[in-house]
Design a protein around this ligand. Structure first.
Ligand code: FAD
Length: 420
């Protein structure tokens, strides 16, 4: 086993969170190594961006690359009720007359690769096909990682800071047993890509659609992608969507369940008339969870490695990018001050969690059967702007909390969960 001690920062995982933290730290002249276990770009779910990602893309130098990409532009999100009635689209430019109100729908295999290429251009050393088995600690201080290559060779690499951006693998979270699952948000999803299908016209062509099924037991996303593809997925409670639907022999027939749910969503069925399903149905548990700490001595958690929130508002990529940016800032400051303590590296935690909490409250509202945005806004039209701000991801730039007292009148909102 080889041992090296040459890096300022090792970033584990080459998703959007990892690329962001790595790029911004390397740009300041620090020696950064990013380790990604996959050797080649792969299909990934999580394809819809929200507008507030603009500001991180700007810092990363990614805006021009996205503007000239073939990713469909997204101006809005639109909700369909269980009776099939469409809300008016929530256009992000309603509260933000700036180009940042327009965002993109991305094919993850291409998008993640663009971010990695950008990281490499900005000086990050990237090793693909190299997974991390374990983060090494001396006492409570992270000191390095043990990697394992495709041929099984192990290597120890040391660094001053270890950034865990392993997504839902949540390497450090699992190693230190930090994660707590949100008991009310134990969801599952089934998804695939279609070719063809109906798209609205003009600026609505790239919209995300969120469509309830007729009993409101599940909901579908419809996300337009390049190559005339549309990502279609259904989300519901794990028990409803998967556990109770097992065949007599205990097996799950994902295609059958997906078809049954689609039959309960007339507007989506209509849009998919004549469209061709391209991939077998994939299944995932998408439990919401969060780690009790965001950092420790010489380590920090970024993106899904810290926490995951239900996919309904497409907040995952934004939170990955934003936490990548915030973590980069505290790491850069740590090198300036030569202070790699939990206090320093975790200093972005409270602000980050406050932003996450705004999304979390809106997620709870969405899953309350009696709640609907249409009813909320007809009673409180003054909060239209606040809802659009949250759907845009403006939870760090604006105070959006003013909508919650009114919302709490209509649905129970969860108490906030602070960091330890
Ligand atoms: C059903 C579903 C739908 C979703 N829809 C959306 C959406 O529409 N919009 C949105 O914004 N978000 C969505 N999300 C969430 C989004 O996919 C994630 O929040 C986002 O991918 C998080 O980025 P990340 O960089 O933290 O993690 P990831 O994108 O998961 O990247 C982690 C990387 O780490 C690598 N890795 C893991 N373990 C190791 C290891 N031990 N060593 C080395 N490398 C490792 C992985 O290969 C991977 O490349 C959805 C999620 C689900 C489950």
């Amino acid at each position: 086993m080889n041992t090296h001690n040459t890096y300022d920062t090792i970033v584990i995982g080459g998703g959007p969170a990892g690329s962001t933290v790595a790029t911004l730290v390397a740009e300041q002249g620090h020696r950064v190594l990013l380790l990604e276990r996959e050797a080649e770009p792969k299909f990934k779910i999580g394809e819809s961006l929200i507008p507030a990602t603009y500001w991180t893309f700007k810092r990363l130098g990614m805006l021009e690359k996205l503007r000239t990409s073939h990713f469909p532009q997204k101006y809005s999100v639109q909700f369909y009720s269980r009776s099939g009635k469409a809300s008016t689209p929530f256009y992000f430019f309603q509260t933000n007359p700036h180009e940042s109100a327009i965002t993109w729908q991305v094919l993850r295999s291409e998008f993640d690769e663009m971010l990695l290429d950008n990281a490499k251009e900005k000086g990050v050393e990237i090793r693909k096909g190299l997974g991390v088995r374990e983060v090494l600690f001396e006492g409570d201080t992270a000191t390095g990682v043990v990697t394992q290559g495709i041929d099984g060779t192990r290597e120890t690499l040391n660094a001053t800071v270890i950034a865990d951006s392993t997504g839902q693998r949540s390497l450090i979270g699992k190693q230190l047993n930090l994660n707590t699952i949100e008991p009310n948000l134990k969801m599952a999803s089934l998804f695939t890509h279609y070719e063809g299908g109906y798209r609205d016209e003009g600026i609505d062509e790239g919209a995300t659609l969120i469509l309830h099924t007729e009993e409101k037991d599940s909901w579908f996303w419809s996300i337009p992608l390049p190559y005339n593809r549309t990502s279609i997925g259904v989300v519901g409670e794990l028990d409803y969507l998967l556990q109770r639907r097992r065949d007599a022999d205990g097996k799950l027939n994902a295609q059958k369940i997906f078809t049954e749910e689609l039959a309960k969503c007339a507007p989506l069925q209509q849009r998919l008339k004549g469209a061709k399903q391209l991939l077998p149905i994939q299944t995932t548990k998408d439990f919401s969870y969060r780690a009790s700490r965001i950092a420790g001595n010489n380590w920090v958690l970024v993106g899904d490695a810290f926490g995951f929130l239900d996919p309904v508002y497409s907040t995952g990529l934004f939170l990955a990018l934003k936490s990548g940016e915030m973590a980069a800032d505290v790491i850069i400051e740590a090198f300036d001050k030569n202070d790699f303590s939990e206090t320093q590296l975790g200093s972005f935690g409270p602000e980050f969690v406050k932003g996450m909490e705004a999304f979390r409250k809106l997620v709870y509202a969405f899953y309350t059967k009696e709640f609907s945005f249409a009813r909320f806004l007809s009673e409180y039209p003054e909060h239209q702007g606040g809802i659009v701000d949250i759907l845009s991801g403006d939870v760090f730039r604006k105070d959006v909390t003013h909508i919650f007292p009114a919302m709490a009148e209509m649905c129970p909102l969860p108490p906030e969960v602070p960091l330890n």
